[in-house]
Design a protein around this ligand. Structure first.
Ligand code: 3PG
Length: 368
């Protein structure tokens, strides 16, 4: 895999570069509210512009192609980039503007099917291809795996960094601890299978924990749970898995929050976050770790219950290599201004999980 830092002004000057970025960021009322993925792509964009390339940025936004990337163009303009937002491929081919953002690529038929006709159309726009979109490298889409078949292709600076940092988890300095949150086991099972034999402890929160507690035969009331399969029943009794011992639950009045121990939960309770004893317990369990991998929030952060997740971030030991990934947990840490606490914050959610399990991703393989 070649990285753009190996390119000089001679290689780039006057060249058209199609850069696949992942600007799939939260947007509210027409404004970008979380910009990490955009900001992390900026060094690559600046490098290409400084060396005289015309940069055509291609991204998706949301799953279905409905949303517009115009607010992202505004965000970049606010950072003093002279940027042109274009929503049809014909105009892109004609423009001489040095920096162009194309409208949501998922609006085009064939992107998600990796249609080679679309990949060729995109190829015709450029002389070189750059992938600066780690977080979408697990998708076999035309702009991710199709275009690099036809053009000289390079990894962006951030993509190269993601690979280098996440590789450290594969051969961790032990003891290794994993913190796992979120709602669905399906996406986490391959990671669990690969890393459970390697970990010292695995602290589990979020709806994953509710599910394991229920699988042990205990009450979790009306809390969010995942399907309880035989595999999950087995997991619920694994000695390395540390489950919460108390929770914040919604009381009878929706506005009333109470802390309850696990054996105090009733049929009407709804778990929304870790309790203070659990936050302390999880902090103690990871205190000796030399490598920590964290994926997913530990409470219902999308409803504002971020305290358990924040307490966990504060407990990350100094001098320990820690990696965090997954949009919701990253957003919770950003709100608490704790994004500098982990050693490395990945831009990927699903992509990070898949990379850790398989050691590569389709979008990365396509570059070599
Ligand atoms: C993400 O947010 O995980 C990436 O942008 C990929 O988005 P997708 O899950 O819609 O493919």
């Amino acid at each position: 895999m070649k990285i753009i830092s190996s390119l000089s002004k001679k290689d780039l000057s006057g060249k058209k570069v199609l850069a696949r970025v992942d600007f799939n960021v939260p947007i509210r009322n027409g404004k970008v509210v979380e910009s990490m993925r955009i900001d992390e792509a900026l060094p690559t964009i600046k490098f290409l512009l400084k060396n005289g390339a015309q940069v055509i940025l291609v991204s998706h936004l949301g799953g279905d192609g409905q949303s517009s990337l115009r607010p992202v163009a505004k965000y970049l303009a606010g950072l003093k980039f002279k940027i042109k937002f274009i929503d049809d491929l014909e105009s892109i081919a004609k423009t001489k503007e040095p920096l162009v953002l194309f409208e949501n690529i998922r609006r085009l038929a064939g992107e998600q099917e990796n249609d080679s006709a679309l990949a060729k159309k995109l190829t015709d726009l450029a002389d070189l291809y750059v992938n600066e979109a780690f977080s979408v490298c697990h998708r076999q889409h035309a702009s991710v795996v199709g275009v690099p078949k036809f053009l000289p292709s390079y990894a962006g600076l951030r993509l190269a960094k993601e690979i280098a940092e996440l590789k450290k988890i594969d051969k961790p300095v032990s003891p290794l601890a994993i913190i796992l949150g979120g709602a669905k086991f399906k996406t986490k099972f391959p990671l669990l299978k690969k890393f459970l034999p390697k970990v010292e402890v695995m602290c589990v929160g979020g709806a994953l924990a509710n599910t394991l507690i229920k699988a042990r035969g205990q009450e979790v009331g009306v809390s969010l749970i995942d399907e309880i399969t035989p595999e999950i029943k087995k997991l619920a009794h694994d000695k390395k898995i540390i489950l919460p011992i108390d929770f914040v639950v919604v009381g009878r009045q929706k506005s009333e929050l109470v802390v309850k121990k696990v054996d105090e939960l009733s049929a009407k309770d709804k778990i929304v976050d870790l309790g203070p004893r659990t936050a302390k317990l999880f902090g103690e369990k990871i205190s000796d770790a030399k490598t920590i991998l964290w994926n997913g929030p530990l409470g219902l952060v999308e409803e504002g219950f971020i305290h358990g997740t924040i307490a966990m971030a504060r407990s990350l030991p100094k001098g320990t290599f820690s990696v965090l990934g997954g949009g919701d947990s990253v957003e919770a840490l950003r709100q608490a201004k704790l994004l500098k606490k982990p050693s490395f914050v990945s831009t990927g959610g699903g992509a990070m999980l898949e990379f850790l399990v398989t050691g590569s991703l389709p979008g990365i393989k396509a570059l070599s």
